[in-house]
Design a protein around this ligand. Structure first.
Ligand code: 3HC
Length: 292
């Protein structure tokens, strides 16, 4: 098994840019790839903003920030991924798009390199199937915000090589993360349970059983969670939550995942949470966490 020192990340949205930061902070060389200059710039801005915040809080000095950013190359050229030991795909949750990305990676990246997907709920087995190396493909699922939350789910399929799994567990530990190894079923472990909870919570709101503030307070203060469900769905994105919930329900048919009609209506109305400036709460501007 080759050592993992150079990493590629495909897709530099909130999750992808956060994953780039995690690897760069861990001392690895990272190549982040996007499809257009505009998206590449957005990824660079997320990385800059997140490390600026750490500097402003005195958690990182400017030399440390320069070192982290110096390990990162952001590009729109897939060919720059050649030589990567591990590539993590973090593009939108559309199977045909995942297949396109994995097809390109199969051509560019060395045969003994590992390909990982950060999918939240899609089948890792299905993503891996068309590649020439399904035994070197697994899921590496980070949680939002990726630079902060320690958990990573390492998702193995029936084909994943044990040595590949162990290498990815080892590199996750090197990054200061807490890896757990889980099988490939919709939602894996954390999202399967979390999204059942979201759906139950939103149904209480939908039925007028409780206000959004009291719902959040109950779970934050009563259950000791860092955020209540409405605040957390706003952070993750209502569209993302709606999509993940639908995929899990389509596979599990478990009543606890039956989609919330209210969530669907809010997504259609463009209320996507923090990123659009309004979700369950209204924020002072898109992207902000400050409720008005
Ligand atoms: N990027 C980088 N760093 C961030 C950040 C971000 N987006 N948001 C917060 N931080 C950092 C802060 O800088 C701060 O760092 P410090 O401790 O070094 O000073 C630290 O996180 C704590 O932030 P704050 O003091 O501003 O606020 P909180 O203490 O309220 O923490 C939180 C914020 C970490 C988001 C916390 O509220 C939390 O853990 N919430 C729950 C998040 C959660 O459950 N996520 C999982 C969602 S499901 C998922 O991701 C699955 C996927 O498939 C959809």
């Amino acid at each position: 098994m080759r050592e993992i020192n150079k990493v590629g990340v495909v897709g530099l949205g909130t999750m992808g840019a956060g994953i780039v930061e995690v690897f760069a902070r861990g001392g690895l060389e990272v190549v982040g790839v996007e499809t257009t200059d505009e998206y590449a710039e957005r990824g660079r801005a997320i990385l800059q903003g997140s490390t600026d915040r750490a500097v402003a809080k005195g958690k990182l000095d400017e030399a440390g920030q320069a070192e982290i950013l110096g390990r990162v190359t952001i590009t729109t050229d897939f060919a720059d991924l050649a030589g990567a030991d591990l590539v993590v795909e973090a593009v939108p949750e559309i199977m045909s798009l995942k297949h396109e990305v994995f097809g390109r990676l199969d051509e560019i990246v060395d045969e003994d390199a590992v390909l990982a997907t950060n999918t939240s709920s899609l089948s890792v087995t299905e993503i891996a199937a068309p590649t020439r190396r399904p035994e070197r493909v697994l899921g590496l699922h980070f949680f939002n915000p990726a630079p902060v939350l320690k958990l990573v789910e390492v998702i193995t399929t029936l084909r994943t090589d044990v040595a590949v799994r162990d290498a990815v567990v080892a590199v996750s530990e090197r990054l200061g993360k807490k890896p757990v190894v889980v099988g490939d079923r919709a939602g894996f472990v954390a999202n399967y349970l979390l999204f059942g909870y979201f759906t139950s919570a939103l149904r209480m709101l939908e039925h007028g059983h409780v206000s959004r503030e009291d719902l959040d307070t109950a779970m934050r203060v009563g259950a000791g969670l860092p955020m209540g469900p409405c605040t957390l769905v706003d952070l993750v994105g209502l569209d993302v939550c709606h999509h993940i919930g639908e995929v899990i329900y389509a596979h599990s048919r478990s009543p606890m995942h039956a989609p919330s009609a209210m969530l669907g209506r809010m997504v259609t109305a463009g209320l996507l949470g923090r990123k659009s400036g309004r979700g369950f709460y209204t924020y002072d501007r898109p992207g902000s966490g400050k409720v008005v």
